[in-house]
Design a protein around this ligand. Structure first.
Ligand code: ZN
Length: 96
């Protein structure tokens, strides 16, 4: 978005004064693309406002539709978790 103060904040509609680098009301700034404070952390892959926990669970645990790529990622996540568990158990056994 190419919003430039002064003008109404595209995120919340609050008036943003000339020269302001961020909206005083919601914290939206040019860096976040004037999309609102929550989206400042977009790059970190955090869930957004319409995050649906049930849908997330369904996707993670198999009831939901899932692409082949997602299935593979889930598989590798399990492999990594199991390997880690084996290493921890092995370490505990040898430490005894
Ligand atoms: Zn705002």
């Amino acid at each position: 978005m190419s919003f430039k103060p002064p003008g109404q904040c595209p995120a919340c509609g609050e008036w943003v004064p000339r020269g302001a680098v961020a909206c005083n009301d919601c914290g939206a700034c040019a860096k976040s693309g004037w999309k609102g404070h929550a989206d400042v952390y977009d790059g970190l892959d955090l869930p957004d406002d319409d995050f649906d926990y049930d849908e997330y669970i369904a996707e993670e645990f198999g009831q939901g539709k899932r692409s082949a790529r997602q299935s593979r990622e889930l598989l590798w996540r399990w492999v990594a978790a199991i390997l880690l568990a084996v290493m921890i158990v092995g370490y505990l056994m040898s430490a005894r």
